[in-house]
Design a protein around this ligand. Structure first.
Ligand code: ADP
Length: 159
């Protein structure tokens, strides 16, 4: 059984993430979507809220399981039996960071490889941070996130 592991902050989950997950769910028999706990990062949504939103958005996918993680990605992969890490690539700006991360992970564990899916053009400029910024300034996030996420954002900003 091919098991994949898609890690991220998902603060919040956007259509860009959903695209990668949807395509990843077709590549793997089982795909873990792992929400990072991010102790040192100030997030808009708490870990529990982020996990809950990812669960709601992926509920139709029978082979996706949402987990949370506060450990090294490769360690968590080993525990879950995942041989592949899944990551999304947007513009070239993602490349440097992902290249470093992939090789770092490979040094820690040679058994776990990383696979990349290129984003669709329409999502290449979409990031959680731009959604957060837009929301902070009262902008409409409808084109960028699923309905449940939009509702959660509006609730956060008491719209
Ligand atoms: P991190 O905090 O690790 O950057 P993110 O939740 O921002 O976590 O992203 C998780 C993964 O999803 C990364 O591989 C990132 O490149 C990818 N990703 C984020 N936004 C998009 C997008 N719009 N299209 C494709 N992949 C994306």
């Amino acid at each position: 059984m091919k098991i994949g592991y898609y890690p991220g902050s998902f603060d919040p989950i956007t259509f860009g993430h959903v695209d990668i997950m949807t395509r990843g769910a077709q590549l793997f028999d089982k795909l873990y979507v792992s929400v990072s706990v991010n102790k040192n990062k100030n997030t808009l949504f708490t870990t529990e809220e982020r996990v809950e939103l990812v669960k709601k958005v992926t509920k139709e996918f029978s082979n996706i399981e949402v987990v949370q993680s506060d450990m090294l990605t490769v360690e968590h992969c080993k525990i879950l039996g995942a041989a592949h890490i899944l990551r999304g690539l947007r513009a070239v700006t993602d490349y440097d960071y992902e290249f470093q991360l992939t090789n770092f992970n490979r040094q820690i564990s040679k058994d776990i490889d990383t696979v990349f899916l290129m984003t669709q053009g329409k999502y290449s400029f979409l990031s959680s941070s731009s959604v957060r910024e837009l929301a902070e300034f009262g902008g409409d996030v409808t084109p960028f996130v699923p309905e449940v996420v939009k509702d959660a954002i509006n609730k956060k900003f008491k719209k």
